[in-house]
Design a protein around this ligand. Structure first.
Ligand code: NAP
Length: 309
């Protein structure tokens, strides 16, 4: 029987593991299909406190893992297939094996929604990115034309942020108006360095043969006219998908699938806690996820202490 099982191994999961390990609870971390989470797909993380020169995303996650393991966290490269939270101890089926847990911390993160065009996957981290805050300041993007895809608050925020670095920021949206909140949309459209390209879709990201982004192919959705737009970076901001399907019907989710936390990091099931991007559609930063992981660990520890009294 595990005292604490942590589902997910991003900054939220490893921080929850570090704190519960130091509380002598020997947490079991189930890494999921992408050990280290989304951050491992980023090149340099320059906004995680304590790394003035920046740190490779993969290295940061490896360091977090080592730190948690040093205090007794156990790692299993397992994928959770199903959960039964109807009674305690909870039961998780992990790669066909049953795991019993007194408490569970859900830290399954979110996946970026992909565009699904040729060149996107091939050029990821070579000019294609899903996070302006993480990658916008990289030398390859400085004083270069950049393109953001999307029409929501994320796309507006990314475009505005990128105007600090790029020579011009194109905002490609499939409609003729933004979905973003009014204030964000107005601010974005008023920025002289942002040039919207309406009613358009990116149909291909170039140039896979050169192994770096040199531009995008565009299609005007009303006229069908195709064109080429030279850019050094493609920032995809068409939304995130929280990795919460496993908990549908068991844990309270909002209309977009994000876990709805009760006060603190509790969920609707006592003993099941949540941390990180699977419950956060606003901040979505490594450091806020790590902070939430810490909070969930403290909540789980207190829950166990109260249950044993
Ligand atoms: P979002 O509001 O769902 O917007 C996604 C945008 O991407 C939409 O404009 C959508 O187009 C477009 N899109 C979706 N799939 C596409 C595809 N396959 N190809 C091209 N375009 C596609 O997502 P978000 O901007 O990430 O925001 C998510 C939530 O977080 C929202 O509630 C938002 O308000 C919040 N948020 C808030 C802030 C802030 O307040 N500072 C910042 C970021 C996010 P359509 O418009 O045609 O559907």
């Amino acid at each position: 029987m595990e005292k604490v099982v942590i589902i997910g191994s991003g900054p939220a999961g490893w921080t929850a593991a570090l704190y519960t390990a130091r509380a002598q609870l020997a947490p079991l971390v189930l890494t999921g299909q992408q050990p280290g989470g989304l951050l491992t797909t980023t090149s340099i993380v320059e906004n995680f406190p304590g790394f003035p020169e920046g740190v490779d995303g993969y290295e940061l996650m490896t360091r977090m893992q080592k730190q948690a393991e040093r205090f007794g966290a156990k790692t299993s490269f397992g994928v959770v297939e199903s959960v039964d939270f109807s009674q305690r101890p909870f039961t998780l089926v992990v790669d066909g094996e049953k795991v019993a847990a007194e408490t569970v911390i859900i830290a399954t993160g979110a996946s970026h929604k992909p565009l699904g065009v040729h060149g996107e996957h091939e050029l990821e981290t070579k000019g294609v990115t899903y996070c302006a805050t993480c990658d916008g300041a990289l030398p390859a993007f400085r004083h270069q034309p950049l393109v953001v895809v999307g029409g929501g608050d994320s796309a507006c925020e990314e475009a505005q942020y990128l105007t600090r670095f790029g020579s011009i920021v194109y905002l490609v949206h499939r409609r003729d108006s933004l979905r973003a909140s009014k204030i964000m949309a107005e601010r974005t459209l008023a920025n002289p360095k942002i040039k919207p390209i309406w009613d358009s879709a990116i149909t291909e990201i170039l140039d896979v043969q050169k192994d770096t982004v040199t531009g995008v192919k565009l299609k005007h959705l009303k006229t069908g006219v195709e064109s080429l737009l030279p850019v050094a970076g493609v920032f995809i901001a068409i939304g995130h998908v929280p990795n919460t399907e496993l908990f549908r019907g068991i844990i309270t989710l909002d209309e977009n699938g994000f876990v709805v936390p009760e006060p603190g990091t509790m969920t609707n099931v006592p003993g099941v806690f949540v941390a990180g991007d699977c419950a956060d559609h606003i901040y979505r930063q490594a450091v806020t996820a790590a902070g939430a992981g810490c909070a969930a660990a403290i909540d789980a520890e207190r829950f166990l202490a109260a249950a044993s009294r």
